[in-house]
Design a protein around this ligand. Structure first.
Ligand code: FAD
Length: 380
C-alpha cells in the first residue's frame, strides 16, 4: 500500500499551515531581530490544542500520533525556525519524559497543564562540561530526608525562562563499576535557589528562548524524581530519540520554506533575457532540493510511524535527524545561491533559514553523534 496521510492528518496539516501563515510567519523577522520568544503565539498554539498533540485526551492532550505531531512541527518551523524549535522542545523534551516515565500524580500535576497549553516545560541535560558526553554530568542531587538537594549548572536550555518546570539530570550515586548514576528530577522553575537567565546571543533560531540555569542548594520533594532513579541515562536517551524525529521534521519545514522562496524567485528573476529558472544550472539545484526535502520528509514519517507502532526506532530517528538536518543546510545554502546577492540581504528572509537550520546539525545530538548511533546499530 502506498503511504498517504490520513484524513485527520491532512485536516491538521491544513489547520496548522493556515495558523502558521497568519499568526507565526508575519512575526518571524521580528523575533529573529529582537531575539525574543513571542509568548502570544504559544498561548494561541495552546488554545488550538497544538501543545498536546501526542498525549492522550485523559492527560489534556489531543490523542494524536507522532506523525501528526511532526506535521505540526514542520508547518510551524516552516513559518519560523525559532518558534518551531521552542514548540518541538516543549513537547518532545519538556512534556514527553513526564508522559513516558512519570507517575500518575506527576502526569496530573505537570503534564496535564502542558498538554492543555497552560504551561511550558524544559529539559536540562547539557552542562558546560557535558555536551555530547552527557555521561559527564556534574550536577549533583543528594537526598536529605524527603528532599533532593540539587547543585549544578545547565547551559543552552530551550524555553527555561518561560517554563513552569525544568527536568534536570543529576548524578545521584555511583554504580559498582565506579560509573555515575544519573537520574532525572522535576524542578519547579520558581524553586528557591534556581536562577534562570538567557545571556546568549545566538546565530539563529533567535525566536527561541535559550537559557543558563544555575542550581544552588535547590530543594525539591523526593517524589519529584522522574522514573527509575537508576535509569535516568537510558530515559534521556529514549527521550532524545523521540526529540530527534521532531528536529528532523523542523529541518524539513525550514528547508521547505527556503525552497519555496528560491523557486518563486527563480521564476521571477530575469537575466540574459529570461527567467533564471530556465537555466539548467538553476533547474538542477531546484530539482535536487525538491527531491531531498521529500526524501527527508519520508524518513521523518517512517521514524514517527515506527515509534507509534511501538517498534524500535532509534536508528531511523538518527537517519531522519542526520539526513534532514544536513539536507536542510544544503537546501538553505542553495536557496541563497539562487537568490544571488539578494539572498545575502536580510530583506529576503532566506539568510535567516540558513542561520536557523545550522542548529539542527548540533542540537539533540550533533551529526557526528548521529553517525555514532547508526554505526553502533550496525554492530560497529
Ligand atoms: C540553541 C540551542 C538549544 C539547545 N537546547 C537544549 C535543551 O533544551 N536542553 C539541553 O539539554 N541541551 C540543549 N542544547 C545543547 C545541545 O544539545 C548541545 O549543544 C549538543 O548536544 C552538543 O554538545 P556541545 O555543544 O557541548 O558540543 P561538544 O559535545 O563539545 O562537541 C563539539 C564537537 O565535537 C564533536 N564530538 C563530540 N564527541 C564526539 C565523538 N565521540 N565522536 C566524534 N565527534 C564528537 C561534536 O559532534 C561537535 O562537532 C541546545 C543547544 C543550542 C545551541
Amino acid at each position: 500500500m502506498d503511504f498517504e496521510l490520513s484524513k485527520e492528518q491532512i485536516m491538521l496539516q491544513e489547520m496548522v499551515r493556515d495558523f502558521a501563515e497568519k499568526e507565526i510567519e508575519p512575526y518571524a523577522r521580528e523575533v529573529d531581530e529582537t531575539g525574543k520568544m513571542r509568548m502570544e503565539t504559544f498561548q494561541k498554539l495552546g488554545n488550538l490544542g497544538l501543545l498536546g498533540i501526542p498525549f492522550p485526551e485523559k492527560y489534556g492532550g489531543a490523542g494524536g500520533d507522532t506523525i501528526s505531531y511532526c506535521i505540526a512541527v514542520e508547518e510551524i518551523g516552516k513559518a519560523c525556525g525559532g518558534t518551531g524549535l521552542s514548540y518541538a522542545a516543549n513537547t518532545s523534551l519538556g512534556a514527553s519524559p513526564i508522559y513516558y516515565f512519570g507517575t500518575e500524580e506527576q502526569k496530573q500535576k505537570w503534564l496535564v497543564p502542558m498538554a492543555k497549553g497552560e504551561a511550558l516545560g524544559a529539559f536540562g541535560l547539557t552542562e558546560p562540561n557535558a555536551g555530547s558526553d552527557a555521561g559527564g554530568t556534574r550536577t549533583k542531587a543528594v537526598l536529605d530526608g524527603d528532599e533532593w538537594v540539587i547543585n549544578g549548572e545547565k547551559c543552552w536550555i530551550t524555553n527555561a525562562e518561560y517554563a513552569r518546570q525544568v527536568i534536570v539530570t543529576a548524578v545521584t550515586g555511583k554504580r559498582e563499576n565506579g560509573r555515575n548514576i544519573i537520574s532525572a528530577i522535576i524542578v519547579p522553575a520558581d524553586a528557591p535557589g534556581v536562577a534562570i537567565t538567557s545571556p546568549y546571543e545566538k546565530m539563529g533560531v533567535r525566536g527561541s528562548n535559550t537559557c543558563q540555569i544555575v542550581l544552588e542548594n535547590v530543594r525539591v520533594p523526593r517524589e519529584n524524581l522522574l522514573g527509575d532513579e537508576n535509569k535516568g541515562f537510558s530515559q534521556f536517551l529514549y527521550t532524545l530519540d523521540g526529540g530527534r524525529i521532531s528536529i528532523a521534521a523542523l529541518s524539513v519545514g525550514i528547508a521547505q520554506a527556503a525552497f519555496e522562496k528560491a523557486l518563486r524567485y527563480a521564476k521571477e528573476r530575469m537575466q540574459f533575457g529570461q527567467a533564471i529558472s530556465k537555466f539548467q544550472a538553476i533547474q538542477f539545484k531546484l530539482a535536487d532540493m525538491a527531491m531531498e526535502i521529500d526524501l527527508a520528509r519520508n524518513a521523518v514519517y517512517k521514524a514517527a510511524w515506527l515509534k507509534d507502532q511501538g517498534k524500535p526506532f532509534s536508528k531511523e530517528a538518527a537517519y531522519a535527524k542526520l539526513f534532514a538536518s544536513e539536507m536542510g543546510f544544503r537546501v538553505c545554502n542553495q536557496a541563497i545561491q539562487i537568490h544571488g546577492g539578494s539572498g545575502y540581504m536580510r530583506e529576503y528572509g532566506v539568510e535567516r533559514h540558513l542561520r536557523d537550520i545550522k542548529l539542527m546539525e548540533i542540537g539533540e545530538g550533533t551529526s557526528e553523534i548521529q553517525r555514532l548511533v547508526i554505526a553502533r546499530k550496525l554492530g560497529c
